[in-house]
Ligand binder design. Structure first.
Ligand code: DOR
Length: 437
């Protein structure tokens, strides 16, 4: 039997792809995992559609069709903490959240500071519901003392390096790390919190931390860390990426550096854009404990301003799964982190698009195109010939975040019970539907 001309057609949706410069009604034709044609309905496309089986056509009328979302900051916990998440469950959560590509952080056990562990994670991801890109460690055991074999990590397929969870405090080692990453043309992703100022803090240092009697971690600790790294980036010419920016001073430092032409990019999490430290005193919900901490209203406004004016390039979830036993305790004893893959899109729609800060095209740029470019990943666009990683969104669908619905193995989200707008309808990975609402 002759093979079909197309494997899948997504029909009748509004296609939004900032790389193509359009938001228009069009059908997407997919063959062998690639997008082969984007066309507004014509007599020929109608004929093409007729030759397909029902299950090869996705009716996307009333929906928006965007390049598969890309989350460059995810913790998959494998190897070592499979009770919290595995590559498989993390990718299920990704698919349910509309993400087709995710980058996983190296703070596993053992940590990803060698080729074997990179390969182990890649292996686990072979048949997963999302593409997994590995971020290797900057320093051995994330200890900040000795550089990891960055060349080996890159050879094994690491797309960047980071000691996420820890700031690389030693400026000499940081300078050398930047020189290496420049040689391999990969970004260095930095968790920017000066350890002398921030270690021991369990929430933002502010009026709220004094009121609650909890140890504070000051915003200036983030600002100083960012300023130092920008100075090192200036002299090395490396690509520096600042992870989870949360403080006004850090946003301002990155804005100035970009104006100077320094090669720095930045991400913000949905939680730093939607929550402030005032929430902690209301519930003591340990899911509000994260590093860096959720901060003041002024900081929250600053990260949104940064996102809007292009200072912050992308949105990344810092999906950090933790089991109940390390969260069901006093606030200051809880492990830092919250899951984010399955709530990211709804929070962006509800708090950024609906409030007029971003258009859908801007949001797609921040959640797909830009993160893919920062890490040199395939995807982030629907141009003909590109991989068929596609997210179909029901743009105004209201839904409530439910604990029992999470695909992630962990449930540590402070957003449970929140009513959001904008829901994933289908996720398509390499031309295959991997998630259906
Ligand atoms: O809150 C956080 N949790 N911040 C990090 O940087 C690490 C993460 C984790 O691994 O749990």
């Amino acid at each position: 039997m002759a093979s079909k001309k197309y494997d899948l057609v997504i029909k009748g949706g509004r296609v939004i792809d900032p790389a193509l410069g359009f938001g228009k009604d069009a059908d997407l034709f997919i063959k062998d995992g690639k997008i082969v044609k984007i066309e507004k309905e014509t007599a020929t496309t109608r004929k093409d559609l007729k030759s397909l089986d029902e299950n090869q056509v996705v009716d996307a009328s009333g929906k928006i069709v965007v390049p598969g979302l890309v989350d460059i900051h995810v913790h998959l916990r494998e190897p070592g903490r499979e009770g919290a998440e595995t590559v498989e469950t993390g990718c299920q959560a990704a698919a349910a959240g509309g993400f087709t590509s995710i980058c996983c952080m190296p703070n596993t056990s053992p940590c990803i500071d060698n080729q074997e562990t990179v390969k182990f994670v890649q292996d686990r991801a072979t048949n997963a519901l999302a593409r997994v890109f590995v971020v290797g460690a900057i320093t051995k055991e994330l200890a900040g003392k000795e550089l990891a074999e960055i060349g080996d990590l890159v050879k094994a397929g690491a797309v960047a390096v980071s000691d996420d969870g820890y700031y690389l405090q030693n400026p000499d080692i940081m300078r050398r790390a930047l020189q290496y990453t420049r040689m391999f043309d990969i970004p260095l992703m930095q968790h920017a919190e000066d350890r002398f100022l921030c270690d021991g803090g369990v929430m933002n240092e502010s009026f709220q931390s004094s009121r609650l009697g909890l140890e504070g971690s000051p915003a200036v600790g983030e600002e100083i860390a960012v300023l130092r790294d920008i100075a090192l980036c200036r002299i090395t010419g490396a690509r520096l990426h600042i992870q989870h920016v949360s403080a006004r001073g850090a946003v301002e430092a990155i804005r100035k550096a970009k104006a100077e032409g320094i090669n720095v990019t930045a991400e913000v999490t949905p939680h730093h854009m939607t929550l402030t430290d005032v929430e902690i005193g209301k519930t003591f919900d340990t899911n509000l404990r994260v590093n860096p901490p959720i901060r003041t209203e002024s900081d929250r406004e600053a990260v949104i301003e940064g996102l809007v004016d292009g200072t912050i390039d992308c949105i990344a979830s810092d999906h950090a799964p933790h089991p109940e036993e390390v969260k069901d305790c006093e606030f200051d004893k809880a492990a830092p982190g919250m899951i984010g893959l399955e709530t990211s899109l709804g929070l962006v729609k509800t708090f950024l698009i609906d409030k007029g800060f971003l258009s859908w095209a801007d949001a797609v740029r921040k959640m797909s195109y830009n993160p893919a470019r920062i890490l040199n990943l395939e995807g982030g666009t629907l141009t003909e010939g590109s991989i068929a990683d596609i997210t179909i969104i029901d743009p105004d669908k209201k839904w409530t975040v439910r604990r029992e619905k999470f695909r992630s193995r962990s449930r540590n989200s402070p957003f449970v019970g929140w009513r959001l707008s904008g829901q994933v309808y289908r996720t398509v990975l390499g031309g295959r539907v991997v998630f259906e609402q």
